[in-house]
Write a protein that binds this ligand. Structure first.
Ligand code: SF4
Ligand code: SF4
Length: 322
C-alpha cells in the first residue's frame, strides 16, 4: 500500500462538465451536465487546509460556466489558496472583473494559430473572441499562459502559435500531445474521433515544426517562455511514433498522484487526469477519501508502473521537492 498522503501541493477541481467550446477531441460539450455542488467545495475546505494545499486549479469543462464559481473561489481564497484558472477563454473578457479579483494565474487553451485552424479544432468561429479575452486579461495585469494540444489540425502551426503567444503579450506557452488513448477521458463515451491523432504523413510536419521552434525560438526555450524543454517537446514526437507502432511506448517520469489530486464535478476522486479513482468525497472529507485503503493500493500500483494508462500518458507531471 502507498503511504498515507499527509501533504498535497495541487488540487484540481472540475467545477463543471459543461463547456461552451466544441473541441473535436472532447465530449464534455456533448454530454456534460454535472456542476460541482457548493457543498462539495465546503466539504473540501478542512482537508485542503490540513493537507497544506498551495494551489487549486479550476478546470472542467469550462469553469467559468459554473453559476457559483465566484462563491466557490471566494471560499477557497478565504483559506489562503492560490487559484489557477484553466479556461477555453470564450467568457474571459465578459467575466474579467471576477477573474482578476479571484484568480492568480490563467491558462487559456488555444489550439489554433488562425481563425480557420481554431474553428477546425475547437468547433467554433471564435478565434478573435478568445484572443480578445486573452488581451484583456493581459491588460488587467493577470499572468496568462497559452496551452496547445498538438494534433492533426495544428501540427504544422507550432512555431506560429509561439509567435501568436508573443503577439498576445502572454507570459508563456506550453505544448502537449492531444490525448486519444484514454477512451473515458474528456467525457468521451466513444474513442476519440479520427481527425485528432497524428497519422504517419503528419510526422514530418511535426518534426519540421519542432525543428523550427528549436532554430528560431531558442531564447524562448532557454528562458522558459516555452514551458517544455526541447527534449520534452521531442517526447510529443516519440509519443506519436509509438502510437503509430513506429517506436516503443514508455511511461514518462511522473509523481502526480503523490503530490496532487483531481476531484470531479460529482465529487469523485482521481489520482490524476487519466486514471479513475476508487473514492468519492464523503463525510470524512478529502484526507479520508485520499487515504482509503483502495486509493492507497491504487497509488501503489501506479508507482509500481502497473497502470497501462501511464505508458500512453500525454500529461505527466513531476513535482520537484518543495
Ligand atoms: S477540451 Fe476543454 S475546452 Fe474543449 S470542449 Fe472539452 S472541456 Fe471544453
Ligand atoms: S503518467 Fe499520466 S497516467 Fe500515469 S500517473 Fe502520471 S499523470 Fe497519471
Amino acid at each position: 500500500m502507498a503511504p498515507e498522503l499527509v501533504q498535497l501541493r495541487l488540487v484540481t477541481l472540475y467545477l463543471t462538465e459543461r463547456c461552451n467550446s466544441r473541441c473535436v477531441s472532447c465530449d464534455y460539450w456533448r454530454h456534460g451536465r454535472q456542476d460541482m455542488a457548493l457543498a462539495t467545495v465546503q466539504q473540501l475546505l478542512p482537508g485542503l487546509k490540513a493537507l497544506g494545499v498551495e494551489q487549486v486549479l479550476l478546470s472542467g469543462g469550462e469553469p467559468l460556466l459554473h453559476p457559483h464559481w465566484v462563491e466557490m473561489a471566494t471560499l477557497l481564497r478565504a483559506q489562503g489558496l492560490k487559484l489557477w484558472l484553466l479556461t477555453a477563454g470564450l467568457a474571459l473578457a465578459k467575466q474579467l472583473d471576477d477573474v482578476a479579483r479571484h484568480v492568480e494565474q490563467v491558462t487559456v487553451s488555444l489550439d489554433g494559430a488562425t481563425a480557420a485552424s481554431y474553428a477546425r479544432i475547437r468547433g467554433l468561429d471564435a478565434f478573435e473572441v478568445v484572443c480578445a479575452g486573452v488581451r484583456a486579461a493581459v491588460r488587467a495585469g493577470l499572468p496568462v499562459t497559452l496551452r496547445v494540444t498538438v494534433q492533426r489540425g495544428n501540427v504544422a502551426e507550432l512555431p506560429a502559435l509561439v509567435r501568436l503567444a508573443h503577439g498576445l503579450g502572454v507570459n508563456g506557452i506550453s505544448f502537449l500531445a492531444a490525448d486519444v488513448a484514454h477512451d473515458e477521458a474528456f467525457g468521451r463515451q466513444a474513442p476519440a474521433p479520427d481527425g485528432v491523432a497524428l497519422r504517419p504523413e503528419d510526422l514530418p510536419l511535426l518534426a519540421a515544426s519542432l525543428d523550427a521552434i528549436e532554430q528560431t525560438h531558442a531564447d524562448d526555450l532557454a528562458g522558459g517562455f516555452i514551458a517544455e524543454s526541447p527534449a520534452k517537446l521531442r517526447r510529443i514526437e516519440a509519443h506519436a511514433r509509438a502510437r503509430l507502432g513506429l517506436g516503443p511506448l514508455t511511461a514518462p517520469r511522473c509523481n502526480a498522484p503523490a503530490h496532487s489530486a483531481v476531484i470531479e464535478a460529482d465529487g469523485r476522486l482521481r489520482p490524476c487526469f487519466f486514471i479513475g479513482g476508487t473514492q468519492r468525497l464523503g463525510a470524512g472529507g478529502l484526507e479520508a477519501a485520499l487515504n482509503a485503503p483502495a486509493e492507497r493500493r491504487l497509488r501503489a500500483a501506479i508507482a509500481a508502473g502497473a497502470q497501462a494508462a501511464c505508458e500512453r500518458c500525454v500529461c505527466a507531471k513531476w513535482f520537484a521537492p518543495a
